[in-house]
Design a protein around this ligand. Structure first.
Ligand SMILES: Cc1cc2nc3c(=O)[nH]c(=O)nc-3n(C[C@H](O)[C@H](O)[C@H](O)COP(=O)(O)OP(=O)(O)OC[C@H]3O[C@@H](n4cnc5c(N)ncnc54)[C@H](O)[C@@H]3O)c2cc1C
Ligand code: SF4
Ligand code: SF4
Length: 489
């Protein structure tokens, strides 16, 4: 439900509220506006209104808000795109009165807003009544916030606060009524969709506890610890990958209709963009401090300077610097390190699916290289089991040996081209691990030829060929002797 402001002229013909206006524009082809439209408000909805008015044919659209330019709450790209669409943005103006002739809006007067918030960041606008701005208008659209329509609860004993929101216990999500829960913007007030979803997740947890245990208990809301700025010494070592911008229709073109103006990414570009995320905060953790020998191996191998040895002589990891490559976990002699993003359980589950044939270890980002994600996720090649790692630098000799122990006849390690690897020398680490296991297979008589370090395939067909050639070599070696032992067991 949209709110208005009771200034003189607010009931005149041509004064509109944001949501009914947007609904009309969205659902009814015959929605109309005059040539001159003034939108009051500075949030995302106000920009939706202003941009919709332009698409409906308004020639002059002014958006006026209390906030100064840096304080405007809408996303900055909304401001940029509105400016491209020739919408005039007028910060620091508050509505004083709407001018009306014969019951119809003809303009609006604004007074200068000198500040919006007091020192406690409470909404407390102040004005200079001597500095005025007159704008001609056929329509004035109030877009100063939405509230819930509580009519449906009239006659119930559900308690509502002074701002028209359902009263709730933020820890349990309970309302004043027994066993009645509430969440979302009807309790928090307007915000972004993602915040409402988060709130609903926590409410669902509370409700689940109630339904399964009969108890109403505070929900433990996990709040991620903030991660600091990347230190310069880490930034310098990260392979820089420039950002792609999504395609946006030219302003003149997009003003012709309500057609979505922003194109998405092609699959390849979308995966490239995902690859730019370095998983800060999802990397190395000291899982078993009692097993850390303070041997400094992790400190030596980390490409980003993330590990350190604490005064207690136990390794620790800087969340800011750790880029979740996994190299430290694979060299730790005490197996003391866990990698949160790509933990051993997840990797082992994939390895254990291969009890014969070929087990292929590959970087998840090799996907764009072979152009067909489905073929990597569930290869159509019979007898090929894919193990997807976040980067082949995560590869551990234990992972490779596990595949052998499970009975895989052969192991292939697919590595991205060096220049494509997101971690410096990540490919080298994968090769080192492969060679280590090669030596073990040689020494045990299982056969060094059962493991191969391969480049990334150029596509599904090349991948099929590579596997075919490798399988032919494996056929010459015969089945993995470990499988016989497994069969006896
Ligand atoms: C014009 C506009 C543009 C927006 N653009 C964006 C954007 O670009 N990005 C973004 O992140 N967010 C945007 N938002 C905000 C986003 O829509 C909200 O954050 C989100 O929808 C809130 O979710 P919610 O579940 O709390 O409420 P809602 O999505 O409003 O859901 C409430 C539900 O309750 C139902 N309901 C209402 N009364 C009753 C009743 N008495 N009994 C039973 N059911 C009832 C309603 O029908 C509705 O289905 C926008 C909002 C508006 C108004
Ligand atoms: S996961 Fe990689 S970046 Fe993080 S601490 Fe270990 S070696 Fe360094
Ligand atoms: S490699 Fe392992 S044992 Fe050595 S310091 Fe790092 S965490 Fe400790």
């Amino acid at each position: 439900m949209s709110r208005g402001i009771p200034i003189p002229g607010a009931d005149a013909d041509g004064v509109l509220l944001a949501l009914p206006f947007l609904k009309e524009a969205n659902f009814n082809d015959n929605a109309t506006v005059g040539k001159k439209v003034v939108v009051i408000g500075g949030g995302n909805v106000a920009f939706d209104v202003a941009r919709s008015a332009k698409r409906l044919g308004a020639q002059q659209v002014n958006l006026c808000c209390l906030e100064s330019r840096p304080e405007i709450p809408a996303f900055s790209w909304e401001l940029d795109e509105a400016a491209e669409e020739d919408i005039a943005i007028n910060p620091s103006w508050g509505p004083k009165e709407i001018k009306v002739v014969d019951g119809k809006v003809v303009g609006i007067t604004f007074k200068r807003c000198t500040h919006v918030f007091d020192e406690n960041r409470m909404f407390s606008p102040a004005y200079n009544e001597d500095e005025l701005l007159d704008i001609e208008a056929d329509n004035v659209v109030f877009s100063i916030g939405q509230g819930a329509d509580m009519n449906g609860f009239t006659g119930t004993s559900l308690e509502v606060d002074g701002r028209g929101r359902i009263k709730w216990n933020p820890a349990t999500f309970q309302t004043n009524l027994p066993n009645v829960f509430a969440c979302g913007e009807v309790v928090t007030g307007p915000g972004a969709a993602v915040a409402a979803m988060r709130n609903a997740h926590d409410a669902a947890t509370s409700i689940e506890t109630f339904l399964t245990t009969g108890k109403i208990e505070p929900v433990t809301v996990l709040k991620p610890a903030p991660i600091g700025k990347l230190p310069d010494f880490t930034t310098l070592k990260i392979t820089r990958k420039d950002k792609n911008d999504i395609s946006v229709m030219d302003p003149a073109e997009r003003l012709k209709s309500f057609v979505e103006a922003e194109g998405g990414f092609e699959l390849q570009t979308a995966v490239y963009e995902a690859q730019r995320c370095m998983n800060c905060g999802r990397g190395a953790t000291m899982a078993r401090p009692e097993d850390c020998a303070a041997c400094l191996s992790c400190v030596r191998v980390c490409p980003y300077g993330a590990p350190y040895i604490s005064e207690a002589r136990v390794a620790g990891f800087s969340w800011e610097s750790c880029q979740a490559c996994g190299i430290c976990a694979s060299v730790c002699p005490g197996l003391a390190i866990d990698i949160a993003y790509n933990d051993d359980t997840l990797i082992n589950e994939q390895i254990d699916k291969g009890t014969s044939g070929v087990t292929v270890f590959g970087c998840q980002y090799a996907v764009p290289t072979i152009k067909n994600p489905a073929s990597m996720a569930s290869p159509s090649i019979p007898g090929v089991n894919m193990v997807r790692l976040m980067c082949t630098s995560r590869l551990d000799t234990r992972h490779l040996l596990r595949a052998v122990e499970n009975g895989a006849d052969g192991i292939a390690v697919l590595a991205c081209p060096d220049e494509e690897c997101r971690h410096r020398k990540g490919v080298n680490w994968a090769e080192i691990r492969t060679n280590e296991v090669k030596k073990v297979l040689e020494a045990t008589g299982i056969g060094a030829g059962r493991i191969a370090f391969m480049g990334a395939p150029g596509g599904p067909e090349a991948f099929g060929r590579m596997m075919g050639e490798f399988k032919a070599k494996l056929d010459e070696l015969g089945p993995n002797p470990v499988s016989k032992v497994l069969a006896v067991d």
